[in-house]
Design a protein around this ligand. Structure first.
Ligand SMILES: C=Cc1c2[nH]c(c1C)Cc1[nH]c(c(CCC(=O)O)c1C)Cc1[nH]c(c(C)c1CCC(=O)O)Cc1[nH]c(c(C)c1C=C)C2
Ligand SMILES: C[C@H]1O[C@@H](n2cnc3c(N)ncnc32)[C@H](O)[C@@H]1O
Ligand code: SF4
Length: 452
């Protein structure tokens, strides 16, 4: 049954970390005055609660061949200083435009590999950021650590600066898979970083895992999940491998016959889900798991689970400022993305101009669709009764919805939908029914990963 569903629904579909999705944004080289006007407007609405800050730190010493992130592979640590100087200069441009020290509620260092940077450089960067900000009382500061190069000093320096969450890229414990993805990562390294994180009182540890990597099977994935038991991470992101060789050149080296296909991926996910549930983890959205006491589970239960460019979050802030190359900023209805390469990013900052390459200002209808998609992908439950426009969308999708109901992916109510547990695996397909852009899409040009 689930096998035939794989064939039927496996299509290129966005991951819906925003709506509209980046390839469909309309503004090329957005005007920074107009963007900053939107930032100010959004900032004043949430001046007291605080904003989210994302800082992209792109360098990695070694290339993992599956990687779809924006990164620069290098061993030149002399690149660290000029990069953080640009980050601080970019923050200053925002602080000047806002005209005061913004309160920061959520802060995330992503990558690339933040722990490529020395603890001293990270400290310098964070002190620079925080000297021009106020930290919200109940703040969440997190970073992505690579188990192979995160040191006790990194964890200590960041904990002293207010960091209380850490996410480790695990991907897979299996040695054959690790060889195939060019990422040898002894479990001993994971033991060390987890032990230090606990000693330093990080309140939440996340593990990133991927299913669908070369040579993975249900059996190897099951063993890897067994292995993570000893670490008791509060959260687990179990991502579906996004095969996008037109975008990530290193993926072109994969022999596609070694990659698990859609049906096998579904089986892998399903088995991993059962295993994680048996260990006490709760499903959150399409690819996250969390302990019942974790804030992510509480957010889901209380209905404030959110989704942004980093995936699922508990973050309620409307304004998210992204610093660094390729970073995305959003006010909820206006979006911009920065220059993608380190050089173009730094050049623009040296000229004291925001390095904006694309952007988008949503129409009222796009905001309605964005809210709808967020409800479906976060809560698996949605009503269309808010407006005639949404009711129309619902009616227009009726044939496909009925088919999905027959496939037990959802149940249809009175202008409402409920996604089933099985349907959560196909939630990108469900969302895409209400995405006019995808419905109308005719181009053969590859743009998104397959939905499974
Ligand atoms: C936690 C780190 C981040 C991950 N992704 C992003 C960050 C900061 C940012 C990001 N991810 C994507 C985009 C493009 C816009 C969009 O589709 O909404 C941005 C700016 C999507 C994306 N991410 C990956 C790929 C291959 C794509 C392309 C879209 C697709 O076809 O799926 C790789 C990847 N990065 C992260 C994850 C979890 C992931 C793949 C599952 C983390
Ligand atoms: C930030 C996280 O993004 C995930 N990640 C990076 N590249 C990919 C990809 N192509 N497919 C799925 N997940 C990916 C890794 O799990 C990493 O830890
Ligand atoms: S997975 Fe992490 S370490 Fe590996 S190349 Fe991508 S960003 Fe760098």
């Amino acid at each position: 049954m689930i096998q035939s569903l794989a064939q039927k629904y496996n299509r290129p579909i966005p991951r819906y970390t925003s709506y509209p999705t980046v390839p469909y944004w309309k503004e090329v080289k957005p005007n920074s005055h107009k963007w900053l006007f939107h930032v100010n407007e959004s900032y004043y609405k949430q001046k007291e609660e605080g904003i989210s800050l994302y800082i992209h730190l792109p360098f990695c010493e070694s290339l993992c061949t599956y990687c779809g992130c924006n990164k620069r592979i290098t061993k030149k640590h002399e690149l660290e200083k000029p990069y953080i100087e640009a980050i601080l200069a970019e923050w200053k441009l925002y602080v000047t435009a806002i005209g005061g020290k913004p309160v920061i509620k959520n802060l995330h260092l992503g990558g690339g590999t933040p722990t490529f940077f020395s603890p001293d450089t990270l400290k310098l960067m964070m002190e620079g950021i925080l000297s021009q900000s106020r930290i919200a009382q109940k703040h969440e500061f997190s970073f992505e650590g690579h188990p192979n190069n995160t040191t006790y000093e990194h964890l200590k320096v960041l904990a002293d600066l207010g960091f209380n969450r850490v996410s480790y890229g695990i991907q897979d414990f299996d040695i054959t898979v690790q060889k195939a993805i060019h990422r040898l990562q002894p479990i001993e390294n994971v033991r060390n970083v987890v032990k230090w994180s606990r000693e330093l009182n990080y309140s939440s540890i996340n593990f990133d895992l991927i299913y669908g990597l070369p040579f993975q099977t249900e059996a190897t994935l099951s063993e890897s999940i067994e292995k993570l038991k000893e670490f008791e991470p509060e959260r687990i992101a179990l991502y579906s491998y996004a095969h996008v060789p037109w975008k990530s050149k290193s993926q072109r080296g994969y022999d596609e016959s070694n990659l698990p296909q859609a049906e096998q991926k579904i089986n892998m996910y399903w088995q991993a889900k059962q295993q994680l549930n048996a260990m006490g983890y709760v499903n959150i959205g399409m690819d996250h798991f969390a302990k019942p006491t974790d804030e992510l589970t509480i957010a889901r239960d209380k209905g404030y689970l959110n989704r942004n460019f980093m995936g699922y979050t508990t973050d309620k802030n409307e304004l998210m400022i992204g610093l660094g190359c390729s970073s995305i900023s959003s006010t909820g209805k206006a979006f911009v993305q920065n220059e993608k390469t380190v050089e173009l990013y730094q050049n623009s900052i040296h000229e004291k101009t925001l390095p904006l390459i694309v952007g988008h200002y949503s129409t009222e209808q796009e905001i309605e669709v964005a809210e709808l998609i967020k409800e479906i992908i976060c809560n698996g439950k949605v009503t269309f009764q808010h407006s005639a426009f949404l009711m129309n969308l619902f009616e227009g999708a009726m044939d496909s919805l009925k088919e999905m109901e027959q496939d037990e992916l959802l149940t249809i109510g009175n202008y409402s939908l409920d996604v089933t547990t099985k349907g959560m695996l196909f939630v990108r397909n469900i969302c895409s029914l209400f995405d006019p852009v995808i419905q109308k899409r005719t181009s053969d040009k590859p743009q998104f990963s397959q939905s499974i």
